[in-house]
Design a protein around this ligand. Structure first.
Ligand SMILES: *[C@@H]1O[C@H](CO)[C@@H](O)[C@H](O)[C@H]1NC(C)=O
Ligand SMILES: *[C@@H]1O[C@H](CO)[C@@H](O)[C@H](O)[C@H]1NC(C)=O
Ligand SMILES: *[C@@H]1O[C@H](CO)[C@@H](O)[C@H](O)[C@H]1NC(C)=O
Ligand SMILES: *[C@@H]1O[C@H](CO)[C@@H](O)[C@H](O)[C@H]1NC(C)=O
Ligand SMILES: *[C@@H]1O[C@H](CO)[C@@H](O)[C@H](O)[C@H]1NC(C)=O
Length: 214
């Protein structure tokens, strides 16, 4: 009987073949679900470990404090170009395990947003963890045009015994976390200071914290 055989065999075989297919399908989805949950659990564990590592290794920014500043020629703006503005800033890295690489540091002193002194301050250096580095520099004075409004205002402020200046330091830093280095951050420090007619710091500006901007 050659003719009924194929139909019989197909009708007889169809249900088990269909079941096996379904079984294989549910097994596959269950395997995928299992794999997925294992993967998600691993991801969660890795995430928690990374978060704890980040919390314990998170770098703190350095702290800058102004110890002294002197602009001896402040009372005679015409002489500024031929004088220096000196300062002493302490730079504290409070991280217990993280060192900081600094690029060259550049300094500027501004009076009413006008540059009255600038210059290189530090060569590139490495600051170890838990370290305070003293930054001392003499910046070259910049000319203030004699007879200009700025020169008149500066002389008047100096005569009144209160000149508000801004010392800015900029550099690029990288944190050294154990063996791997993090990416670069542009560092910008601003000390808002007040000097008297002799160009030295008024008591209110002594040992002030200088805010930093990344
Ligand atoms: C700079 O200031 C620091 C902190 O006050 C001080 O220890 C250091 O002797 C000063 N250095 C100079 C050269 O003035
Ligand atoms: C700058 O100072 C030097 C020495 O103190 C002096 O010889 C020179 O004439 C001054 N220059 C100006 C432009 O004041
Ligand atoms: C940090 O350094 C100071 C002295 O510079 C030292 O007394 C202190 O024990 C150090 N702290 C740590 C945690 O190393
Ligand atoms: C800070 O680090 C510098 C450079 O390594 C070192 O010369 C200086 O003695 C250190 N200061 C302290 C207080 O550890
Ligand atoms: C710091 O400022 C000076 C003068 O504005 C500029 O020439 C220099 O490129 C700056 N450095 C960084 C690292 O931003």
């Amino acid at each position: 009987m050659p003719t009924p055989n194929p139909t019989q065999s197909t009708t007889r075989k169809r249900p088990p073949r269909f079941n096996a297919h379904r079984l294989r399908e549910t097994l596959t989805t269950q395997f995928a679900k299992c794999l997925c949950s294992i993967f998600l659990t691993l991801l969660l564990i890795v995430g928690v470990i990374m978060f704890v590592l980040w919390l314990s290794l998170r770098p703190h920014r350095p702290h800058f404090n102004l110890a002294s500043l002197s602009a001896a020629s402040i009372a005679s703006p015409a002489d500024l170009a031929n004088s220096t503005i000196s300062f002493n800033v302490t730079d504290r890295n409070s991280n217990k395990k993280i060192g900081i690489y600094y690029d060259a540091v550049f300094g500027s002193v501004l009076y009413k947003d006008h540059l009255i002194g600038s210059g290189p301050v530090m060569f590139p250096f490495y600051q170890p963890p838990n370290n305070t580095t003293v930054i001392i520099a003499d910046l070259a004075g910049a000319p203030v045009a004699a007879g200009s409004a700025l020169s008149t205002e500066l002389s008047a402020d100096a005569a009144a015994g209160r000149v508000e200046l801004r010392l800015e330091l900029n550099s690029t830093i990288r944190f050294k976390v154990k063996t791997w280095d993090t990416h670069q951050h542009h560092l910008h420090v601003e000390c808002n200071v007040v000097v008297g007619s002799d160009g030295s710091l008024l008591p209110e500006s002594r040992n002030i914290r200088c805010p930093i901007y990344f």
